[in-house]
Write a protein that binds this ligand. Structure first.
Ligand SMILES: Cc1cc2nc3c(=O)[nH]c(=O)nc-3n(C[C@H](O)[C@H](O)[C@H](O)COP(=O)(O)O)c2cc1C
Length: 210
């Protein structure tokens, strides 16, 4: 049975758009017979990485009793046990929520989770679907490059450093309910389309891995 690791990071609870997308994706996955493991980085927050030595496989200088060691092992083992990932990645202040950023700091260890020039890392080739939600509109040329550092940063880390197979579904204008200029009707059509795409992708990916 293939395992999906579902990661959420939105602070908005049931009103969250990204959580609705990850839920739809995971629902399709489970319906196809896959197992889903959920990590909610907002409900169960992890501390910032406490020591620079945790970025390296030998953990030089990290006290033996540092709680960061056990937490990092737990997060890495959980990731290594997953066949695929779906990550709810809301855009907060031009980047990912700090809770999600903290998770990446524990996960990225060159020579442990990331490969070396000589060999690929253990996560290489694993699929990861980013479900990114943004409050504003990004229709003007150059706007996205200037103002969205969430998906690009995750692509660099998960794709370039860890070698994972990264794809993203992004939906804009989620703040249309509070900012009428964003056009409620258009926003709700965009979100409905993203929900359909997330469900379909969960189903397809599960079918290819189960
Ligand atoms: C702390 C915070 C910062 C935000 N920063 C941005 C931003 O930089 N750009 C943007 O387009 N929307 C921003 N928004 C709006 C969110 O991207 C939007 O509400 C989105 O739906 C968040 O995903 P969620 O609904 O899953 O929480 C921000 C929202 C919050 C709560």
């Amino acid at each position: 049975m293939a395992t999906l690791l579902r990661i959420d990071s939105s602070i908005s609870g049931e009103a969250s758009f990204s959580r609705r997308l990850t839920a739809a994706f995971a629902h399709s996955w489970a319906e196809a017979g896959g197992e889903v493991v959920t990590r909610d980085l907002h409900a169960e927050q992890i501390p910032h990485l406490p020591h620079p030595g945790l970025h390296f496989p030998h953990r030089e200088g990290v006290p033996e009793d540092s709680p960061g060691r056990a937490l990092q092992d737990e997060l890495i083992e959980e990731a290594l046990a997953a066949d695929a990932f779906v990550i709810g990645a809301p855009l907060y202040n031009y980047s990912v929520p700090s809770t999600l950023r903290a998770w990446t700091d524990y996960l990225h260890v060159p020579g442990r989770t990331a490969g070396t020039p000589a060999s690929a890392g253990p996560l290489a080739g694993r699929p990861v679907v980013l479900l990114s939600t943004r409050g504003a509109a990004y229709d003007q040329p150059g706007q996205e490059e200037l103002l969205d550092h969430a998906v690009p940063a995750l692509r660099a880390l998960l794709g370039s450093a860890l070698g994972m197979d990264v794809e993203a579904i992004t939906v804009d204008r989620t703040l249309a309910e509070v900012i009428p200029a964003l056009d409620r009707e258009r926003a709700s059509a965009l979100f409905a389309d993203a929900l359909d795409r997330a469900s379909a992708r969960g189903r397809e990916l599960a079918a290819s891995l189960l």
